[in-house]
Design a protein around this ligand. Structure first.
Ligand code: GLA
Length: 357
């Protein structure tokens, strides 16, 4: 149960937590109305908030030792490329949506690696939202999809990354021991039991950080949009393999990835239901090959990491998240030993208030 925020006058402190996410499979499908299978992880971002008298929000990024003050409306949309864009954007979007915020002091701290494909961005947006609403004595919107959309506007319009809803939905709807099959056309979220038995899911850093706003991510999204228009479709969810001949390179390869990745999500859900982890591993490898060869979103550092893990006995390894660096996700057989730089990931609870005083 999420702690409820009490009435405005009585609140002296809240702590909100939002997790990062891993994505088992279904990459670059969210903004194409497709399918994904992410889960929230244990690591995330914590925002501690206390009310203040003024009309400003003073935020401290604990890990960086930095502090900045913001008007409640968020202020200028001028990007600075750092953590302050997230605070400005969350304030701006909450205010624009009509939430009557109040002045506060915030402390932000997290343990999700930044630029690592584990969604530190969504974690900070979601944790800020929950903290700012709670400290103002405002209830969360009944449907958390509203918050996911709001956080996605922060990312798109204030941070400059044209991302979909994958990360925010995973952070907000995460469940213990379950992945989430998300259909981005209907926004239906179906929990899928993910009990690993002796198998292990781990993330391993490629050693290369990425920034979604600056990587090829926005280009890929624009290519998908162009392909959609050329095919005259409402979304690439409706694309069929027969359509590919009507597209020039590289658009045909981008769309082929989307069509096949959606099918791999369904096949992975079925394999999990049968407890067939070897098949899940094959799906992860196929997803990676597609992201490398059709979507062109891998890098040399990622390829070296994937190769090392496969040589060490992993059943499946793939680049995760937006790509162009970051962490890879590996499925290890019961016999495979954990590499030194690997962190186990397990499906965990979604965003919540940890404490309200
Ligand atoms: C990033 C984005 C998501 C999604 C993935 C790729 O994580 O934030 O919206 O597009 O990349 O699947």
């Amino acid at each position: 149960m999420t702690a409820a925020a009490p009435r405005r006058s009585r609140i002296s402190r809240v702590i909100a937590f939002a997790p990062g996410r891993a994505n088992l499979i279904g990459e670059h499908t969210d903004y194409n109305d497709g399918l994904s299978l992410p889960f929230a992880i244990e690591e995330g971002v914590r925002v501690a908030a206390a009310p203040s008298d003024g009309d400003d929000v003073i935020a401290r990024a604990i890990d960086r030792g930095e502090e900045e003050s913001f008007p409640l409306s968020g202020g200028s949309r001028q990007r600075t490329g750092g953590w302050a864009d997230f605070v400005r954007g969350t304030l701006g979007e909450l205010s624009a949506a009509g939430f009557d915020l109040r002045g506060a002091e915030l402390e932000i701290a997290g343990d999700v690696p930044e630029g690592g494909g584990l969604s530190s961005s969504a974690a900070i947006e979601v944790a800020l939202c929950l903290a700012l609403l709670a400290i103002a004595g405002l209830p969360e919107p009944e449907d958390r999809v509203v918050l996911a959309r709001l956080c996605s506007r922060v990312e798109n319009d204030w941070v400059g990354a044209h991302t979909g809803l994958l990360d925010q939905l995973a952070s907000l709807f995460g469940e213990h021991d379950r992945a989430l099959r998300i259909d981005f056309r209907t926004l239906e979220i179906r929990p899928v039991p993910l009990r690993m038995h002796q198998w292990k899911l781990v993330t391993v850093p490629s050693g290369e950080e990425h920034s979604l706003a600056e990587s090829g991510y926005n280009d890929r999204r624009a290519e998908c949009e162009l392909a959609r228009r050329m095919l005259g479709l409402d979304s690439l969810r409706d694309a069929r393999s027969e359509d590919l001949v009507r597209l020039p390179d590289p658009l045909d390869r981008r769309v082929q990835h989307v069509i096949e990745e959606n099918a791999r999500v369904e096949a992975t859900v079925e394999a999990l239901q049968r407890g067939d982890f070897a098949e899940v591993g094959r799906m992860l490898n196929a997803s990676h090959a597609s992201l490398r060869d059709l979507y062109d979103s891998s890098t040399d550092a990622v390829e070296r990491t994937v190769g090392r893990l496969l040589a060490g006995g992993a059943a499946g390894v793939r680049i995760m998240g937006g790509g162009f660096g970051g962490h890879v996700l590996a499925l290890l057989t019961p016999e495979t030993s954990l590499p030194d730089d690997a962190r186990r990931v397990a499906p965990s609870r979604g965003a919540r208030l940890l404490d309200v005083e």
